[in-house]
Design a protein around this ligand. Structure first.
Ligand code: FAD
Length: 229
């Protein structure tokens, strides 16, 4: 599809005038942030150059973990309209990009095939559908299992463990004042307790990054053990 055709579809489906261009770029830039590196690049390769540019923005391909609400809030900020409008516009833009079919409130109920996958069965509000496909990427397991740490170390609003520079003054009262030092890299709000990898707030959520953080944290552990405490 050409750029003007794409915008025409967005204008028509969302009842937008010239604002369609802004809504389209806001949605694609946010989508690019949500996709991981290769995915943003692959999608960009299939789009007209004017749209592909939005998928090559500085934040593209960082694989940001956004809930649907956070996604629409970011589109709203970029587009400069309220959340209700941005939600409608983003859904239309994604709908026009025919290669993406967003199914909300949908549950996978079965996988069909023998040696390879041939289709996926889904149910949306009690209505079943069979989607022929050869591959499934399951993005589950991204929620931190840190309930047991709550009350012991400071967590962010999503349950990820705050460390070093993410810790605010409110987390560093009491025992930190007595220690007379700031947290070491990867140290949590509990002195001598370190967090690395996915569970750490602000980490990159990639294997290589987690391994690197683990080894870097060991340096802090040595430093901690060298303190007199
Ligand atoms: C679906 C999916 C696809 C991904 N694809 C990629 C990819 O293609 N490339 C890439 O680089 N990264 C990918 N990642 C991210 C990558 O898996 C993580 O960044 C990496 O595994 C983080 O390593 P980690 O050691 O920090 O955490 P984890 O690998 O999650 O290890 C934490 C371990 O701690 C255990 N654990 C949890 N709670 C407790 C407890 N209370 N007591 C004892 N043990 C506990 C868990 O069972 C787990 O074994 C993907 C992640 C997901 C979920």
């Amino acid at each position: 599809m050409r750029y003007d055709e794409f915008l025409g579809q967005v204008q028509h489906r969302a009842g937008l005038g010239s604002h369609a261009e802004r809504a389209t770029h806001a949605t694609l830039e946010t989508l690019a942030e949500r996709l991981a590196g290769g995915e943003a690049h692959d999608l960009a390769a299939q789009l007209p150059p004017e749209l592909a540019r939005s998928l090559e923005a500085p934040d593209a391909g960082i694989g940001a973990k956004l809930t649907l609400n956070e996604f629409f809030e970011l589109v709203s900020e970029r587009e400069g309209v309220d959340l209700e409008d941005s939600t409608l516009h983003a859904r239309v833009v994604i709908g026009v990009e025919a290669r993406i079919d967003v199914r909300t409130n949908t549950r996978i109920t079965a996988l069909d095939g023998d040696s390879t996958l041939t289709s996926v069965r889904v149910t949306t509000g009690g209505v079943d559908a069979v989607l022929p496909c050869a591959a499934l990427f399951s993005f589950i397991g991204a929620d931190p299992a840190t309930g047991w740490l709550s009350g012991c170390v400071a967590l962010d609003e999503h349950g990820f463990v705050l460390t070093d520079r993410s810790l605010g003054e409110e987390h560093l009262a009491g025992r930190w004042e007595a220690l007379g030092r700031r947290p070491l890299p990867f140290e949590t709000s509990y002195p001598g307790l370190f967090a690395a990898g996915d569970v750490r707030a602000g980490s990159t959520k990639r294997v290589a990054a987690a391994v690197g953080e683990g080894s870097a944290a060991v340096r802090s552990v040595h430093e901690y053990l060298a303190f007199t405490h």
